[in-house]
Design a protein around this ligand. Sequence first.
Ligand SMILES: Nc1ncnc2c1ncn2[C@@H]1O[C@H](COP(=O)(O)OP(=O)(O)O)[C@@H](O)[C@H]1O
Ligand SMILES: Cc1ncsc1CCOP(=O)(O)O
Ligand SMILES: [Mg+2]
Length: 285
Amino acid sequence: MMDGETIKEPPQEWGPTAWSHLSAVRDRSLLIQCITNFVSMDLVANTLLSVGASPAMLHSTEEIPDFTPHVHALYVNVGTLSSDWLPAMMAAARLATKLGKPWVLDPVAAGASRFRLNACLELLQLKPTVIRGNASEILALSQASLAPTTGVDSSHESMDAVEAAKCLAQASGGVVAVSGAVDIITQGNRLVGVHNGVPMLQKITATGCAVTALIAAFVAVDPLHAFEATVSAFSVFGIAGEMGMEQAKGPASLRMHLIDSLYGLDQVALLSRINITTALPGHDT
Ligand SMILES: Nc1ncnc2c1ncn2[C@@H]1O[C@H](COP(=O)(O)OP(=O)(O)O)[C@@H](O)[C@H]1O
Ligand SMILES: Cc1ncsc1CCOP(=O)(O)O
Ligand SMILES: [Mg+2]
């Protein structure tokens, strides 16, 4: 294989990998510290509880030295960022990194303002294990440039951000994940697409925040294989979305059925529904 060439992944391995991650998360009572936005706190906490993890929304700077050493992973989300929250995010991420604990960044609306973009760039310096955003967020971060028309929702397709994601992964040294109709996950010379999920997930606020929280839990059980953990979390969340949609009448009932489906997801459903590609059009080598 030539240097820089993308490794071909055996797709048949992903079902068992995702199942073993979900089973481990369910077995382990993982404590996940979430410094997340006001909009997402409820869905993030309920998503983590539905897979057996324990969410804790502790965000005071004063609590970090006592609390962060006990968590299995840290989740930082800048969705409703203000200057008084940033020091806590930085302190928690710094301590997590120092203690060798995984931490995951959700750069919500990274390109919406200079303050937010600079905050995300500062957080990037602290080496997140995984960065998960929508395509517009990953493009803004990768180019370190504002995109003022972009709020929290993406104005791009995930496929538009494949090269940006690869650059960001190289620059940060972490896993970079772009959500969308196809979720793109990349690290080094690895790249896969997860095709699970339903478009209605975009009509529920904070589903992006929730899938990032799930990634934090999955990475907590397997910090040395953050790429596999991230792909597994996306598949599980997307499959739960598909199963929830079979019972839902619209976004509000999908939100409820999504959580129920995460809670009840079994091995047969996961193995039969998981849909992963390892060769994206124009990006397979
Ligand atoms: N068109 C789509 N089809 C299927 N799933 C989707 C689609 N768009 C987003 N999703 C899923 O919805 C969840 C939230 O992603 P997204 O809407 O991109 O994040 P954000 O809310 O941060 O913008 C992810 O699990 C993603 O896979
Ligand atoms: C609407 C909104 N405004 C600030 S944060 C937030 C929630 C964003 O959630 P997501 O990125 O998962 O759509
Ligand atoms: Mg988001």
